[in-house]
Design a protein around this ligand. Structure first.
Ligand code: ADP
Ligand code: MG
Length: 295
């Protein structure tokens, strides 16, 4: 489906109007990934989360790559506990979730924690049960992953409702994201893939990159990738990182912040994916791990 076809769909009701007792809403899971590291995933995850929360969406950000994720650096807050503390029974899920003043909540994990998850592990059951107790509190679960095609990144992507793929103008970033699209689309052809070109010198360059990449994926992979909007190279992003603050709150009038507002706007216009609504992220990871282990 092309974006223009879905733009007229009715917006989802705001959570204030919901009746949780009648119907339980589960958060939509958006995984942010890229072929290559250092392309801006963590910055996108944090700042997009904040913009969504400014639009009255309740956001839980899951850091799936704590050691390298730098999520705590960007937010200026260090997590005290991670999923490992939950699985080992030392802490409850409420105790490990951090409430950030920007309005988003953070669920810290390390890639080590997640690498330990295999399909039949006790860990996954503990996580699925704990998560079931809090998931209806959120509209979005944003998963910030590491780069590349590791099993953890792949399961996090395949378990999502939508995947945002970040790509920069560097040739290595473009070829790596193509490899990523190839694997994800082969394993999960229905999963919407949304491309967000980052660090381009103009929005037009981003549009152009999407066009080219989409032509190639349509031809060789029979897959359409959606355009999620571009973010230009902007010194405000680097300055905000140095100050350990999110750029959308530190420099709300910067070009990058304006660009991200559009990305957020587009994202809210995409239809929600209701196919897997009855299972939570950790149940889905279990399923996806099974598929991958038997593949
Ligand atoms: N649009 C941008 N303009 C300028 N610099 C950027 C932009 N996006 C990312 N960066 C720079 O790239 C660095 C890496 O970003 P990060 O979000 O940590 O990447 P990843 O999570 O993909 O490894 C940031 O610290 C910032 O300096
Ligand atoms: Mg990162």
């Amino acid at each position: 489906m092309v974006i223009s076809q879905v733009q007229n769909l009715e917006a989802r009701p705001k959570y204030k109007q919901r009746q949780p007792a009648v119907q339980q809403y589960l958060p939509e899971i958006i995984t942010i990934t890229s072929g290559k590291g250092g392309v801006g995933k963590t910055n996108l995850a944090v700042n997009l989360g904040i913009l969504l929360s400014q639009r009255k969406q309740r956001v839980l950000l899951m850091d799936a790559d704590l050691q390298l994720g730098k999520l705590d650096v960007i937010l200026g807050a260090s997590p005290r506990y991670t999923l490992a503390d939950l699985v080992e029974g030392r802490k409850t899920i409420d105790e490990i979730i951090m409430h950030h003043p920007s309005g988003i909540d953070i669920l810290p994990a390390t890639s080590g924690d997640l690498d330990l998850l295999d399909a039949d592990s006790r860990m996954l059951k503990v996580l699925a049960n704990s998560f079931a107790s809090i998931q209806s509190l959120y509209d979005y679960l944003i998963v910030d992953t590491g780069a590349g095609l590791s099993p953890t990144v792949l399961t996090m992507s395949l378990g999502a409702d939508k995947v945002i793929l970040l790509v920069t103008p560097e040739p290595a970033s473009v070829s790596d994201v193509y490899a990523m699209i190839k694997v994800i689309s082969q394993k999960s052809p229905e999963l919407p893939l949304i491309l967000v070109p980052n660090r381009h010198s103009s929005l037009e360059d981003g549009v152009e990159l999407h066009k080219k990449l989409n032509l190639i994926t349509q031809k060789f992979l029979k897959t359409t990738i959606y355009y999620g909007g571009s973010i230009v190279e902007d010194n405000a992003v680097r300055q905000a990182v140095i100050r350990q603050r999110p750029f959308v709150t530190e420099f709300p009038r910067s070009q990058a912040a304006n660009n991200l507002q559009l990305v957020c706007h587009r994202l809210l216009k995409f239809p929600r994916q209701d196919i897997n609504r009855r299972s939570n992220i950790f149940d889905r990871l279990k399923e996806k791990r099974k598929v991958m282990e038997t593949a």
